[in-house]
Design a binder for this molecule. Sequence first.
Ligand code: AMP
Length: 189
Amino acid sequence: MRLILLGPPGAGKGTQAQFLIDEFGIPQLSTGDMLRAAIAAETPLGLEVKDIIARGDLVPDETVVGIISDRLDEEDCKNGFILDGFPRTTAQAEALEVLLEDKGLSLDAVVEIKADADTLVARILKRAAESGGAREDDNEEVLRNRLDVYEELTAPLVEYYSGKGLVKSVDGMAGIEEVTASIMKALKG
Ligand code: AMP
C-alpha cells in the first residue's frame, strides 16, 4: 500500500499514520520528522532548514524531494509507505510522480483529512502545551502562517490528485478512532 496523507497541520496525519503503520506494516515517511531530526543533529541540512521551519515556511522543493528519493530506496519501503507531510506543493507532487515512475511504482490512494482552521489552532496549541512546547513552530503566529501556507500551496494538491482519481476524503474533526475507521473504510471501499 502506497499512500499519501494530506491535510493541514494538526489534522491528525501523524496520529493516523501510527495506526496505518500497524495495520499495513509499512513505514511512515514524515519529512517534518526527518527535518527536525536533522536540526537536532545539527547536520548541514538541519542548519539550512532551521530558520525556515521556525517561521512556518516551506523548505525548498529540491531539498525535500532529495530526502524522499533516498528514503524510498530503503529496504523497509519495498511493501509500501505512508507519506506524511510530503508532497506539499504541486512541484513536489510532480517530482514524486517522476520518482515513482522511475522506480516502477504508483500510488494507491491519497487520504485527505479535512479539518477547519480555527479548531486546528486550538488543537495544536493544546498539543504544544501538553508537550511542554517541544516544537518551536507550535506557537499561534507561526501556526497561522503554516495554515496559510497549507491553504495556498498544499490544498491545491487535493484537486491535483482528484484529477487522477486517487483522493479519499475523511472528516478529521471526528474522534481519533472514528477518523481511523473512516480511513479504513475509504481504503477498502
Ligand atoms: P510537519 O511536521 O509536516 O508539520 O512539518 C514541519 C515543517 O517542516 C513545515 O512547516 C515545513 O517548514 C517543513 N516541511 C516538512 N515537510 C515539508 C515539505 N514536504 N516541503 C517543504 N517543507 C516541509
